[in-house]
Ligand binder design. Sequence first.
Ligand SMILES: Nc1ncnc2c1ncn2[C@@H]1O[C@H](COP(=O)(O)OP(=O)(O)OP(=O)(O)O)[C@@H](O)[C@H]1O
Length: 597
Amino acid sequence: MSRHRQKKAMAGPKPAQNTWPTLKRLIGTLRPSLGMIILASIANTLVTALTIFSMYLMGLAIDKYILQMDLEGLGRLALGMIALFITTSALSYLDTRIMALVAQNISKSLRASIFAQLLRLPLSYFDRQSSGDLMSRLTNDVDSINQTLATSVSSVLEALINLVGIFIAMMLLSPTLTGWSMLVLPFVFISTRVVIHFSSRYYRALQQNLGAVNGYAEEHISAQKMLLLYDTRESVQKDFIRLNDDLADAYKKAQAASVLKPITDFLNNLVFLTVTLIGSYLIITGGQLTVGILFSFLMYMRRFTRPLNDLASLFNTIQAAIAGAERIFNLLDSPPEDDTGLKAYDFKGGAISYRQVSFSYDDEEVLHDISFEVPSGETVALVGATGSGKTTIASLLNRYYDPDKGTIFLDGQDTSQLSRQSIRDQIGLVLQNTFLFTESVADNIRYSRPEATKAEVIAAAKAAGADDFIRQLPHGYETILKDNGSNLSGGQRQLLAVSRAILADKPLLILDEATSSIDTKTEKLVQASFAQLTRGRTTMIIAHRLSTIRNADHIIVIDDGRIVEQGNHQTLLEKGGVYARMHASQDLAEPIAVPAG
Ligand SMILES: Nc1ncnc2c1ncn2[C@@H]1O[C@H](COP(=O)(O)OP(=O)(O)OP(=O)(O)O)[C@@H](O)[C@H]1O
């Protein structure tokens, strides 16, 4: 775990910024389930009321039957109580089931909307958000709403009814004793709050420390090669020891907080004893109290502070759910990529023209005044140092991003007026880091054209020169690729990407050559495969190898977001400028970019 991420984890989830509007909107999502929620609430209210009543009956049993030695009556009452308990259990089951159902329905539709929205959002949104953050909306935030709806709504209602119901019952039984207990009960409540406050604080700290230790271990175990290469094992070990010490400290503190519990238990018992003594005194001195009433009363008292504490801790859970809901709503409200009102791209050969294009990702401009023309069917190679802006230029063509200034034309049509999908429908893409799904090789190739037959898939792989190595895989075309195809070499991944593009058969192409060193044999294969692919197609190629560039019709040399030279291999060499120097120092023979990982 990087230091940055550690800090983030320590900070914990953020509270909601707009609690009330979010709560209102969250309640709005409950509207379709209103009938079910009312039903659950009625069941819940009945359960609480019947439970309070059953405690009254127990006192009654003492006064009316036990002290009168009426066994038959006691038997009747016991039967009645069994019926009562069965009813409350059934109602309680109903309440739990209904609320779990409501919560799951809402979580399900939230997850569906979030995922649909993630597929619609523009790329720039993902630049600003970490994928971990987005994943946590789909999992943690939805889960926290689910938990809250499933349990907290019922619990709040139950706590409120308990509080009011028990108070009324106590007043009916004995106003005097109620008065006395109201004097001492605050001690019980406050002491319990203190324990909860401290233990939950230490518990949270413990969780964060645990997360930090796990994250650090996980990251460094997977970075074994780096540790060996740079010999950082000693400092990594030191960092781990520090995190481990913090974790042990957090455990000790959390343990120390648990000492508080016996103290509050003692206080609780003391309060209980006081009320019992007062009650007994009232009975003995002929007050209006009976043993049965005192018994019921003491049971009520035991329960009375519980709803207060429940409400206090529910408040935290509900707050966390509201904060989660706010993050989800923010995501759902972000403007999606919108194609409405735009014309479809009318393909006429794929001539590309950039005119005075500038672009910034955030505030910093990374492309300045880019202008070039590619006639249809020709190949343009973009060359330049790493970070100079080659990938960005290509990203503007299929409208992953839109320029801040200037215009890009496709066959003379202003792309800002064309629907993104209609442009992307015409462009084949081979990226440096091809994404491979956990599916069979055949299905991965078919990703660009799902309806393609097996024979078409094989023909595409053959044309790309991928057929040989695919047949050597354990199950040939049916081999399932795992972990983004981690068991394939960089060159093999590119061959699959080319197969995909050949199968898609799009008239325009964007190729990003692999920067990672691939062996000469595979490189030749990839080159041949690229040559096959680009034939007759207008191609923009982000070039890292001398051989690719030499064959391009146009070469555009980029430096720090500007075009510094353009021409073809011959004219640029003759010019004796940047390109000629790059060529002379054989920069291009080596991959320009540092291979990732
Ligand atoms: N998603 C992004 N958000 C913010 N800045 C970005 C983003 N992608 C690239 N940049 C920045 O824009 C500049 C140009 O990057 P770009 O990826 O286009 O360069 P490149 O020439 O393709 O590099 P390479 O050869 O390493 O692929 C760099 O300074 C980079 O840091």
